[in-house]
Design a protein around this ligand. Sequence first.
Ligand SMILES: *Cc1c(COP(=O)(O)O)cnc(C)c1O
Length: 449
Amino acid sequence: MSKNRLSGLPKMDVLLARPELAGCPLPYALVRRAARQVLDDLRQALLADGEAAIPSEEVLARQVLALAHDLNRPHLRRVVNAAGVPLHTNLGRAPLSPRAAEAVRQVSAGYCTVEYDLDRGARGSRTGRIEELLKELTGAEGAFVVNNNAAAVLLMLSVLTPGLGVAISRGELVEIGGSFRVPDIMARSGATLVEVGTTNKTRLSDYAAALDSGAAQALLKVHPSNFKVVGFTQAAELPQLGELARERSVPLLCDLGSGALSAGLFPGEPTVEEAVRWADVVCFSGDKLLGGPQAGILLGKADLIARIRSDPLARALRLDKLSLAALEGTLMDWRDGMLPPAAAMLGADEAILCKQAEELAALLTPLCPCEVTESPGEAGGGSMPGVSLPGWAVALTPAEELEQFLRGWETPVIGRIHRGKLLLDVRTLLPGDEDIIAAALSRWKEGKA
Ligand SMILES: *Cc1c(COP(=O)(O)O)cnc(C)c1O
């Protein structure tokens, strides 16, 4: 290859002076960076293949502009969840309620009272208000919050059971995801795992035997989270375990996983209130059935929670001010009888979902072939395993092409392909999402014309 071809590349300054780039509102440093990359890539291409074509300056300028827009976009972006899974872990689990989102906006843009007491004009408690709300909502004596439930489990075991044998059912030695495994966390906390029962059947007498033999000095109950054992099964329930623990004066700890605040709303889920009545310490996630931000919530006996709070590990696992604001807003919603969005989606009325799907189909019919279809959903996020939620979706074709187009839209729309159709499930749509989908599909249709 001749050196001439390399020197035939447009100069950076010339490229940047082109009207497409000179008039562009993006930061100049960003456009320069994009231009350098486009020219570098072209140089590499020419070095690899001396005959490679050199695009016109206009084409290069457009490439630079596209790359600059890409670089200007955060990786973490808002998307439309049309997958029908309210607690979709890959899509950020629970969306915040308007009140919780506004609380985050308020405290993030300026200074805030995270550790300041306005009445006294002095240093204040970081989590006091949230603890009061949690106690009021659940009847717990003590409350504390940390970064997520994985942290809460680690903290609870590290403070309360180091050096102790902890009895747990073989059916509850679960992996939650992201290699968070109950046996490993227990080992890390310094506790000794004492397996009792079998995978499918564990009786109260199995726990009692572990205590009687001296192998165990504490009991742990873990919500199986993302799976369900069906068929020939038996498990000791919390009230039975609670009575056993009291009788033998040993602590009963409970990793509740999701943490359902309300009874009737989430079929098959134990409520927090019930767990708090029987267990000495209970922990659960902030962004599962509670419908708030990522957080780990610890509830229980005042003296045990006080020990947890004052452990050095608690400081390492503490929640930041943005999550505290979101959590407080979410708990205020529950207090005031308002369901956070994810909780409302989980309990959504099937007839209303069907009507919503019909309305969306009517909006989209002029834009692409579509029809209303049944779409059974699930909670996601390791909540309510095995529970199928009756729901409705709009089914679009051509599935692959539309899936890709919608995923690449400014506000990406995430659906799921089922039997050759792209399903947009209405359960998880938030106000305004229908308009985003319609805007995307009208652009798609324009592109076809
Ligand atoms: C989800 C879950 C966890 C982990 O909670 P995060 O808030 O995601 O850290 C731990 N234990 C159980 C039983 C769970 O369901």
